[in-house]
Design a protein around this ligand. Structure first.
Ligand code: CP
Length: 325
């Protein structure tokens, strides 16, 4: 398939498409994916051998550290009988260390494998990789402070699993909203659905950028900036907490000033959350949700949210590689 230089809309057909942004997905595409993710869950939970990706090899090319995205893509591929070529930290463990360009690196791995999953610290690199790749799909596994589309797919699935809808939701999104690629993708995804209201809680220096505020508001989501835990409305449908990202700061002192501004304690969650509220976090966490909450059935970050990462990536890869009807 010859590719265009724009992220292609899915429009009901995933085959051969780069996955660069959640903007590519219409609500109907999300529901197609969710339906397949349910089937993938059965394959994964029953440990049934699957040949859906038999004969496929996929490159995992990670220029930034990762546990979940790298691990869950690898698990997803292996659950479906496929194989991986894994390059972590290519700056040290590949010929990138000798000065090889991104262009040559992408051209090489598209010659070896059927898709390239790339994480990179610079925003826009997944799109550049997609422009370079002539034949195989590129999947954005997080590009700097830009987007993390597969994370938002699993986040949206997790919210849908609980509430059976993605509209008429009220949520809190907290932490590093300026640099949080998971937040950008999630808000862009939620803006596709009617009557969603999100309360944005962050230190002033890490508020969502004006550009994103305008884009998402124009798309139809209601955004309410709040500055204190006291402003958290009771009984939200979900809380989505994120970490202040040390790696996005040039000055460590600036990081230290804001890192622990908002922490979910058992007391805060008991006071403000409802019985139906789910507590989410894309992880890793570095202290911003107290571990006493881990056993609360409403805390999904180490349960359904993390598991959905495997199921959604199984479904996405199978669809993009044209292995599902
Ligand atoms: N949620 C997420 O992207 O985690 P990793 O950085 O560990 O992949």
């Amino acid at each position: 398939m010859i590719k265009s230089s724009e992220p292609p809309l899915i429009n009901g057909n995933f085959k051969g498409k780069d996955i660069l942004s959640i903007s590519q997905f219409a609500p109907k595409d999300l529901f197609i994916l969710f339906k397949h993710a349910q089937k993938m869950k059965k394959i994964a939970l029953n440990a049934k051998p699957s040949n859906i990706l038999l004969g496929n090899i996929i490159t995992l090319l990670f220029y930034e550290p990762s546990s979940r995205t790298f691990g869950s893509f690898g698990a997803a591929i292996k659950q479906l009988g496929g194989q991986t070529v894994e390059i972590q930290d290519p700056q040290h463990f590949s010929s990138v260390s000798k000065g090889e360009t991104l262009e040559d690196t992408i051209r090489v791995f598209e010659a070896y494998t059927d898709a390239v999953v790339i994480r990179h610290p610079i925003t826009g690199t997944a799109q550049i990789a997609a422009d370079i790749a002539k034949i195989v799909p590129i999947i954005n596994a997080g590009d700097g402070i830009g987007e993390h589309p597969t994370q938002s797919l699993l986040d949206l699935l997790t919210i849908y699993d609980k509430h059976q809808r993605l509209d008429h939701l009220t949520g809190i999104i907290a932490g590093d909203l300026l640099n949080g690629r998971t937040v950008h993708s999630l808000l862009r995804g939620l803006a596709k659905f009617k009557s969603n209201t999100m309360y944005l809680l962050s230190p002033k220096s890490l508020q969502l950028s004006k550009e994103y505020m305008e884009e998402f508001t124009r798309a139809g989501i209601k955004l309410m900036v709040i500055t204190s835990e006291k402003d958290i409305p009771k009984n939200c449908d979900f809380w989505y907490w994120t970490r202040v990202q040390k790696e996005r700061f040039t000055n460590l002192k600036d990081y230290e000033k804001v890192k622990n501004t908002f922490i979910v304690t058992k007391e805060l969650f008991e006071t403000r959350a409802g019985t139906h509220t789910i507590l989410m976090h894309p992880l890793p966490r570095v202290g911003e949700i107290h571990t006493q909450l881990d056993d609360d059935p409403r805390a999904v970050y180490l349960r359904t949210q993390i598991r959905n990462g495997v199921y959604i990536r199984m479904a996405l890869l199978a669809l993009v590689l044209g292995k599902l009807p």
